[in-house]
Design a protein around this ligand. Structure first.
Ligand code: ZN
Length: 429
């Protein structure tokens, strides 16, 4: 297994929520000598040194200062930290049929069927008042199975294999407890979270939980599948795979070049938020790097961004869902995503640049265009391009089961993407 793939497996296991993804990215950046910065304004940047800022603990921008003037243009890679999931509602506890259940909301366009019969855990951020009366927040992750959504048996729904639909309000509430207790069977949710916080942060002392952003995740770790280990199966490949590829490329890139990585939260729900791709984070960083609005505009005009997000591979059982001339295959290289209606940002010139880059980096390249009779997904690409004016190209590894609780990518594509992104940062083309 390549070092990159090995670290990707570790990263996917650590990054159980967008907050944990940013923590895992930050740690790797710090280990590589990057400096965490609160505000960039007024700073001067040393050539070859790396810096990063985070927002809401769930979005991050990291960059390395090159030796030349940044106004000549930056090479940037963008990805997103969030994935579809089941998110816990503010008043979550429900008592039904002798069990304690959690009320959940569906975050993003989740494929719901695969959430049944999985050992689920819970991760995210809790906000609390501490023993000195101050408001604080910390990330928590139970890292053990504490919830499950059992299927309805086929004997009680004989049509299940034909057309079972799922009502997100009533059908997907996970069970989290079920044994009768002396105090009655009602769980104290606030205390339950406070106990986990206390176990992870004993120095916080007694706390009172005020609110939280928590989501469920599958406890099964990422793994390689296939007799030749051709497949990587994991939750959140869309889009943590790309966050990790961007990170490893940034760390491997020529330190004499200006290079930047932005990983935004909230892509799966449209990117319109303070820390999403439609928010001010990236432009604020570029304004701080250049010092003036005019210089920032010049930099953006001369910069290029790769928006890296997974692409739909042809599913062998459903191959008619692809245009036959534009159907990417697993393990045959990264995919340039093209949509003339601007659901993807790639222009003909951008796609040409990638063809040249891939040739020189000796990486195979594929192309995706959605069938003309089907709707097209989107990415942070068009939004980032619209907000910043930066020429943007949409690209990603071919993936099956996108938005399932367990997605599938090709192991060969991980290294191909890494090589291509490093070549992009190094301006091989
Ligand atoms: Zn995505």
């Amino acid at each position: 297994m390549s070092e990159r793939l090995d670290d990707l497996l570790a990263f996917l296991g650590e990054a159980t929520s967008p907050f944990h993804a940013v923590t895992a990215l930050s740690r790797r950046l710090q280990d590589a000598g990057f400096t965490a910065v609160e505000h960039l304004d007024g700073m001067s940047f040393e050539a070859g040194q790396g810096y990063f800022v985070t927002a809401n603990d769930s979005s991050i921008v990291a960059f390395r200062a090159g030796s030349g003037r940044c106004e000549e243009g930056l090479r940037m890679i963008g990805a997103h930290t969030d994935s579809p999931n089941l998110s816990v509602k503010p008043n979550p506890l429900k008592q039904r049929s002798g069990t304690q259940q959690l009320a959940v909301d569906v975050y993003g366009g989740a494929l719901l069927n695969p959430w049944f019969d999985r050992d689920l855990s819970l991760a995210g951020r809790v906000s609390f008042v501490n023993s000195t009366g101050d408001l604080a927040s910390r990330l928590i992750d139970f890292r053990r199975p504490i919830a499950i959504i059992p299927s309805l048996a086929i004997h009680l729904d004989r049509e299940a294999n034909k057309n079972r639909s799922i009502n997100p309000q009533t059908d997907i509430l996970p069970l989290i407890a079920g044994l009768p207790t002396d105090e009655g069977s009602s769980l104290n949710w606030g205390q339950f979270l406070a106990d986990q916080l206390g176990a992870q942060y004993p120095e916080e002392g007694a706390v009172r939980i005020l609110d939280f952003e928590l989501s469920l995740y599958d406890c099964q770790p990422p793994g390689l599948v296939g007799i030749d280990e051709a497949f990587l199966a994991s939750a959140r490949l869309d889009n943590l795979l790309s966050c990790h590829a961007g990170l490893t490329a940034l760390l491997a890139a020529d330190p004499a070049q200006w290079s930047l990585l932005v990983c935004n939260d909230h892509e799966e729900v449209g990117s319109t938020s303070a820390v999403g791709a439609q928010g001010p984070m990236l432009v604020d960083v570029l304004n701080s790097i250049t010092g003036t609005a005019a210089a920032s505009r010049r930099l953006r005009e001369r910069s290029k961004m790769l928006s890296v997000d997974n692409a739909h591979a042809v599913h062998p059982n459903f191959s008619d869902r692809h245009d036959e001339a534009h159907g990417p295959l697993l393990n045959q290289g990264p995919v340039v995503k093209i949509n003339r209606n601007q659901r993807y940002a790639t222009s003909g010139e951008g796609s040409a640049l990638l063809r040249l880059l891939a040739e020189r980096a000796e990486v195979p390249l594929q192309h995706f265009v959605v069938r003309s009779d089907m709707g097209c997904g989107s990415t942070i690409g068009p939004i980032t391009a619209a907000e910043t004016g930066i020429t943007t190209i949409d690209l990603g590894v071919p993936t099956l089961a996108m938005h399932s609780i367990r997605e599938l990518a090709g192991t060969a594509d991980i290294d191909y993407l890494g090589l291509l992104l490093t070549a992009f940062y190094n301006r091989v083309a």
